[in-house]
Write a protein that binds this ligand. Structure first.
Ligand code: SAM
Ligand code: SF4
Length: 343
């Protein structure tokens, strides 16, 4: 019931609202050298290295999923560049292009990017999202507990290596909302796409409040002070809403005020083998043991795994609002935060 065949005969996973899943995000580690206020808990408890799926196990899972309709894989974390072997993993994923993989991406804080940019490009990484929440070194340190300079150097190295990059900025009311205009001017200077992200209730210590969200409308109000603003048409399953400032592209991911749940085509895997059909899901599907056995599963066992993933994905809720309602009714507590799930 859950797996539909596409004309190409590649099956895809689909949920009860007919949203086909083409994108897989893999968090390869929950560890991070940053402590972003909106993400990391005050006292993180890192997963021990032996609990992580190995690179080979992650590769086997990617292979399994690409043969079932996944077209884009994003490597994230925690900080993916902290895990030794990540560049080789990107290189290995290239072989899955023969089975339908179209894009291999990464999200990084860019602290170690200067060292890895050229190797990532050579390994075949298609694009890279970089988090940058302030251009003010003091404010940057308050937000992340780390220095701004290596990040700026990392961005320059990525551009020099020819990597396609986007910049992600999470805005928090009263903390870095004064960075909207400086970052917008900087993005034009650097000729990069800047995407502002509304703060989501996925912080490690669950301190999020609606008052801290800088809404899309507030961002637009600020931008219109300095720029001629035009809205562009929405395309496909892109969560971002696109605009132009003086003709230069800029985007806003406004999960809180303009949820994109109705066209969500993503699923996520943690480094310990928990599959999530939604960022806000309170229930995951633990498939670690099955992933570890993937190379020796017989046809029936493969079908059983396909079916259990399909059933889990089928039950994905309508979206953020529906999940919040259910959480309130069940008093459900989200058991995972962004540093484990990878955004
Ligand atoms: N460490 C990498 C980085 O920061 O780019 C990758 C992992 S990080 C969890 C992935 C993305 O999630 C980043 O762009 C980050 O800004 C975003 N993020 C983390 N916590 C968030 C939150 N509470 N609300 C909105 N975005 C968040
Ligand atoms: Fe680390 Fe990225 Fe979370 Fe910041 S957003 S703490 S860099 S995982």
């Amino acid at each position: 019931m859950n797996i539909r065949m596409q004309p190409s005969n590649a099956p895809t996973f689909v949920d009860q609202f007919a949203r086909h899943k083409h994108k897989l995000r893999i968090s390869v580690t929950d560890r991070c050298n940053f402590k972003c206020l909106y993400c990391m808990p005050e006292h993180p408890q890192w997963t021990s290295k032996k609990q992580l799926l190995s690179w080979d196990e992650l590769y086997q899972f990617c292979d399994f999923m690409v043969r079932r309709g996944i077209e884009q894989i994003r490597i994230t974390g925690g900080e993916p560049l902290l895990r030794h072997g990540v560049v080789h993993f990107v290189e290995k994923l290239q072989s899955l292009r023969a089975y339908g993989l179209k894009r291999i991406s990464m999200t990084s804080n860019a602290h170690y990017l200067k060292t890895h940019a050229v190797a990532l490009k050579q390994a075949g990484l298609d694009d890279l999202n970089i988090s940058l929440d302030s251009l003010d070194p003091i404010q940057f340190k308050q937000l992340t507990q780390k220095d701004l300079a290596p990040v700026i150097e990392g961005i320059a190295a990525a551009q020099a290596a020819g990597l396609k990059i986007k910049i992600n900025t999470v805005l928090i009311q009263g903390l870095n909302d004064n960075q909207i205009l400086p970052l917008a001017h900087w993005s034009i200077q650097q000729q990069v796409l800047l995407r502002f992200i509304e703060f989501m209730p996925l912080d490690g210590d669950q301190k999020w409040s609606r008052q801290q969200v800088v809404s899309e409308q507030e961002i637009l109000n600020q931008l219109s002070q300095d720029f001629k603003l035009d809205q562009l048409r929405q395309t496909g399953a892109d969560p971002a809403r696109h605009y132009q400032i003086n003709g230069h592209p800029i985007a806003i991911i406004s999960t809180i005020t303009h949820s994109f749940c109705d066209r969500c085509d993503r699923i996520r895997l943690t480094a310990t083998g928990e599959l999530y059909h939604c960022l806000f899901a309170t229930q995951s599907l633990n498939i670690k043991a099955e992933i570890q056995q993937l190379h020796q599963l017989n046809v029936q066992q493969e079908q059983a795994l396909t079916q259990s993933i399909a059933t889990y994905i089928w039950h994905k809720k309508a979206g953020y609002a529906a999940i919040q309602q259910a959480q309130r009714a069940e008093q459900g507590i989200r058991k995972i935060s962004m540093h484990m799930l990878g955004g």
